[in-house]
Each structure stands twice: as C-alpha cells, then as structure tokens.
Design a protein around this ligand. Structure first.
Ligand code: MN
Length: 258
C-alpha cells in the first residue's frame, strides 16, 4: 500500500506534515502539494499553462515530497501519472486548517484534490479541522490513519470518497462521531465595496456558517462537538433536481426555429 498526501494550504502547512507523520507509520507516503496556499480553488485544473514540480526536502524524513506550481487537483493528477514512484492506493487531502462543511465542499481545494483521487478510481479522504487557536491536528491525523487502515483491510469500500471534519477540541471533549450529509445553504456571501483613489474594488466576504440546519447534517454534527464523516459522490447536489416540464425540449427547438 502507498499513500498520496496533498492539501490546499500549501506544502509548508503544519496540517499536511502532521498527517504525513502519522500516515507514514502505516505505509510509504508520497507528498505532492501546491507550492502555495490554494484554499477555495475547488476542483480547478490547469490546462492552459505548463506545470512545474520540484522535489523538496520533506519536513518529515523518509517520504518523497514534491511541490507543484499549480492547484491541489493538478498535484493529484501529476502525482498519480508522473511523480510518485510505484502505484498509489489511497489519497488523503489535508489536514485543512479550517472546516469544509456543507456547500463549501464545492469550492474547497481540499475536497477538490480528494475528488481527483476518486475520479481516478482510488479511495480518497478529505480531512479538515475547524479553524481556531492551537489547532488539534493530532486527533485528525490519527483519525486519518485509522480510516486509511480500514481502507487497507477493505473495511471501507474501494470507492470511498469521504469528507471528514473535526471540531477543534481535545479528544476528551469530542462528543462522538456521526455519518452525515452535507448541509445546504451553508454560507452567505456579501460584497464590500471600496475605492483606492484610482479604482473601485471589491472584497467577497464569507459570513459565518448557517447553523440553522437539521440533525443529519455535517454542520449540526460539528456544532454539537462531533466528528463528521460525510460520504461524497459525484452527484454533488443535496436535493433532487427540480422537475423539468416534459415539453421543454420540443418547445425550445420550435422557438429556436421560429
Ligand atoms: Mn485550505
């Protein structure tokens, strides 16, 4: 078994190396991660410019490490196709410094990297800790190791694509662990407008999490002090799509031809 570790906080992020330190006790680890922070870059893939990768001296000895001038998803694609020696069996992305809950999985670079693993047919785990002072990375790293072991012994399905979040609490204060679904409408964005004397500019401001959500969601689980494990798949929406009138296609075609 060989583990690919990546993230979206960049190759120097403490969360990445906390994860590596724990995972290397299970199996050989290769680290391929962006050379800088790429949070909220989502599933972006670089197709219109060349990608450069550089072998790095790893912060944890005994692992292969490469930094990529690209996105988290680029890092996974490069790792699987080119950089990693030997076959990769599982992809772990994180530990993200900050939760990835609800709709945010759609813009999360941490989840975007795990998605590439999943699309390549590999069991993949994204793991994040709620942002705060003194991040409890140790719990998340150990949990990731336990999950990888379960993947290795087929206790979890081979098409596992998991989004894991932990509250930033010491282990003794974590209430439990829940299998959840993604909360919807998890955030509100606002735009602040300003002027630098020459031009107008804008800041997108993310408001706090919408905590008005039911007991099956990831946000609820985290708010209650639980670990949240959300199985993902590539039908990304929470809700069934709204029904489309059966005559839509014929109407469109007719109107197009009028
Ligand atoms: Mn991040």
């Amino acid at each position: 078994m060989k583990i690919l570790v990546t993230n979206d906080d960049g190759i120097f992020a403490p969360g990445l190396w906390a994860l590596v330190k724990e995972l290397k006790s299970i199996a050989p680890v290769v680290v391929v991660a962006p050379d800088r922070e790429q949070s909220a870059i989502g599933t972006a893939v670089t197709l219109r410019q060349p990608l450069r990768a550089q072998k790095m001296r790893p912060a944890v000895p005994g692992v292969e490490a490469y930094s990529v001038e690209g996105t988290p998803a680029d890092s996974v694609i490069l790792a699987l196709d080119k950089l990693a020696e030997g076959k990769i069996d599982v992809v772990v992305s994180g530990i993200n410094h900050g939760a990835n809950l609800g709709d945010d999985v759609l813009i999360s670079g941490t989840v975007g990297a795990a998605l590439q693993g999943y699309l390549h047919g590999l069991p993949s785990v994204a793991i994040s800790v709620v942002f705060g002072d003194n991040l409890h990375l140790d719990n998340a790293a150990r949990l990731a190791a336990l999950l990888v072991k379960k993947i290795g012994t087929n206790a979890l399905p081979t098409n596992t694509f998991l989004n894991v979040n932990l509250p930033n609490l010491p282990l003794t204060e974590i209430k439990g662990a829940r299998v959840t679904r993604l909360a919807s409408e998890s955030h509100t964005d606002t735009v602040e407008e300003s002027h630098d004397g020459r031009r107008r500019y804008y800041w997108l401001i993310r408001q706090g999490l919408n905590k008005d959500t039911d007991k099956k969601t990831d946000i609820w689980a985290i708010e209650q002090g639980n670990i949240s494990l959300t199985p993902l798949h590539t039908t990304l929406l929470n809700k069934p799509s709204p029904p489309i009138p059966s005559n839509l296609c014929s109407d469109l075609l007719r109107e197009l031809r009028e």
